[in-house]
Structure formats: structure tokens, C-alpha cells
Design a protein around this ligand. Sequence first.
Ligand code: ADP
Length: 495
Amino acid sequence: MEKSYIISLDQGTTSSRALLIDEKGEIIQIEQEEFQQIYPKSGWVEHDPQDILNSQLRVLHKILEHITFPLNKVKAIGITNQRETTIVWDCITGKPVYNAIVWQDKRTSDYCETLKKRKLTKYIRKNTGLVIDSYFSGTKINWILENIAGTKEKAEKGELRFGTVDSWLIWNLTKGEHHVTDYTNASRTLMYNINTLSWDKKLLKELEIPISMLPKVKPSSSIFGEFEYNGTKIPIASILGDQQAALFGQACLKKGDAKNTYGTGCFLLMNTGKKPQYSKNGLLTTIAWGLNGEVKYAIEGSIFIAGAAVQWLRDEMKVIESARHSEKIALDLEVENPVYVVPAFAGLGAPYWDMYARGAIFGLTRDTGAKHVTKATLDSLAYQTRDILDAMQADSGIELKKLKVDGGASANNYLMQFQSNILNKSVVRPKVVESTAMGAAYMAGITVGLWTEKDVIESKTVDRVFNSEISKKQRKKLYKGWKKAVKRTMNWEIN
Ligand code: ADP
């Protein structure tokens, strides 16, 4: 095969990355730059859109400047991005009218309550697959138009553009020629109808957002525009939101395939095939990707506190030196551990949905020490994953065969073994844990004919498979203890 390359741009919440990948799917070069997080008030999180763009351009240029082969061997650029983060800019000057409002930002929580009072919950779930929450873009756009002087008038005159980060990057990479996004990003805005694949007129009216602000939505595998560098034009051939990119990068291409990313939080997504599946447990229904004229859907659950609980052990409790150190402690403690840690630091998410729950440690005895608490904290990541997966299987009617894992904490062998024990499923850790960036790269490569879906499946070399090593009886006893512990953390704040 002729030497060819793909560049993947991975625009994350804390850093911008660019990767050069060859036709065998090997990563040749990675560049990364962090950028500033802005916290103007409690609960508010912003980024400077220019910072996002400049850091992304700098890492891209670092890759391009190092290239010694003819530039036309770079067949495509793929983009994956932090989802939901909202940018509004003036299409005449190209300047943002306000900072990017980041997905974590809670400023529109009260406004979300008014949407609930307007009885939109059911309509939104059915048509967008989402729950009413400040997390998603729609209410963030509304906030900008309501609070930044002059923006409403400009929006009505058709002079403003909205985009998630992918749209903002492409607008700039194509010098203002293309205002576009893909199905996955659109499906996180609270305004996109995931059944009809179009902007939802009723919701635009409710949110008071003119349709002229919105990007054209295309399948994730599409030519979104071209980026020109030293006279060579490189097609931008994929866009995927970060979690969907990880699902694709993990080769979860078939109905029932699922992945869990263990980072600060955990994100679990299951491919549910060609039809959206709706949840009774507060999980989200979302578009997995659009490829080869087909749309695939996913069901998604997230855990707010996962790796963050390990950070808590290190930074607040000061019982471990590093996150990695937790593995050795847990493996050294061979006796049965009667301790449970429920890290409900910010309440409990799916499937419990109790914002008044608070964290707790249970089962303390005279000989309980830091090592028991450390081990129990790792266990809590696995138990929370089981809670979500049980709900997912019930909602989708699909039985999970194995769980593919990635993210920082998936390096922990104790945790992965315990995960398999508690799920009674194989847990599969790939060699390359760069699932997100690779997902966007593979999607772009498929668009330009460099790869097929079969190549994505074959690219997944396994680092380790964990299989359950405990009996049904032990599993039942352990999980029962967890459920009991969770129950006792509930309604804490208001009692
Ligand atoms: P994010 O993308 O959310 O920043 P990463 O995928 O980089 O997260 O993973 C970092 C998180 O994983 C941190 O919260 C850290 O505490 C946790 N972590 C990293 N390594 C380990 C490990 N070996 N064992 C347990 N937790 C770990």
C-alpha cells in the first residue's frame, strides 16, 4: 500500500492535540497544548474561543512543519471535540461575541427549571433523546442572546453563528467558508431532532434561537471543507463528538457493543443500532455516527465521580502518593474488604438521580486503615459502572457481551479485574488507548477511501482481557453490600 497519512485533531476540555497517523493506523507523532480554564463565578466555566483555536492551530502546525514527505500524502483531517461547549460569533467580523460556555457550566440551571415547568420534558426526550439540563448547548445560546448586549438584534438580522467547537474550528480552518457540524454534535444541542435529522422548529421557538444561527448538519463521515497549507488542500473528512469518537475508535460498530472510558468521570456508550432506544432510567439517547448513508444510535450513561475519587484519595485524604499507587495497595490487600466507599460527592446520577445524596464510607471496624478505603474507592468505580450497565441492558433489551475500556484509570489492573468480577463479563483493554483521536482518524480515513470498517475492527490489538474470577454467590453478596451502602447515602442533605 502506498504511504498515506491522516491527521487527527482532538480538541478536548483541557487541551488541544494533533496526531499524525500512517496508513497502518500507527501513531507517528503527537503534539499537545493545554489552555486556560476560566471560572468567572461559582458554577461557571468558560474558555476563550481564540485560545481553543490558536492552541489547536499551533499543534496542527507543529505536525505539518515536521513533515518531510509530500504534503499530498496527508489524505484527510479528522476532528473530534469536547461536546456541548457553545460558541457564538459574528459572521461578518469572525469574532466571538462571548467566551465559549463549557459543557460543565451550570449558569442556565434555573432557566432549565422553567423549561421543565413549560412541560417540555417528554417532548425533549422523545425528539432530542436528552434530558433538560444546563449541560447541553441550547440553553447556553439562549443565555448569550439574553445577556450580551446587542446579540439578540444581530441574531435576528442573521449576523450571528452558533457552533460547538468542531463548527468553530472548521469555520476558521476554511476561512469562513463552511458553517457545518455533524450528527453527533448536533444531537447534544437540545435542538436537534434525532428522528427526523433536522433542527427542531418547536424547540428553536421555545429557546428563542433563530435558525439562521445554526450550522448545516452532515453525516460524521463527510467532506466538511478543505484546509489549505502551503498551497496544498487537505479535506476535512470527519467530525465526531469525543465520546462517540471513542466508541468508533474502540470498534464498537455492532449493536450491543459498548465501551467505558475511565477518566475524571466515566462515560459509557452502547451502540444500539439503527433505531434510537429510549431509557426509563435517565440515560441519554444520542447519535453514534452517520456513515455510509446510515445513522447509528447509542445509549449513554455517565458517572460524575470516577477517577476524581482517586484524586480525592491523593489530594484530600492524602492516603496515596499517586493515582497509580492505588493499584499496588489494592493488590497487596488480599483479605476480603468489608468497606464500601460511595463517592456521591456531587449527588448521585443515573440510575439513582438524587442530588441530595452525599459521599460516605461504610463498614468501618477497629482494624480499618487507609488501604481498605483505597481499595473500596477503586471498587466504587466498578460498582457505579455495573449500576449503569444494568440500566442500559434493561433499557435497550440488549445483553452486553463484553466491555471495552479506555481512559486513564483503565490502566489499573486491580480495577479492571474487579470490574470483570462484578459484571461477570469480559473486560477488554486495547493496546492503543487513544480511542478518541483514533476514532476521528478512522472515520476520516473511511471517508476518503483509505480504510473500511473492517480495518477499524482489525486495528484493535488487545492488551489484556480480564475475566471474572469470583463465584455467582460472591458477586451477589458484594453487589448487595454496594446497593445497601448507596441507599444509606440518599437524601442526606435535606434530612
Ligand atoms: P480526563 O480525560 O478526564 O482528564 P484521563 O483519561 O486522563 O482523564 O484519566 C485521569 C483520571 O484517571 C484521573 O482522575 C486519575 O485519578 C485517574 N487515574 C489515572 N491513572 C490511574 C490508575 N492507575 N488507577 C486509578 N486511577 C487512575
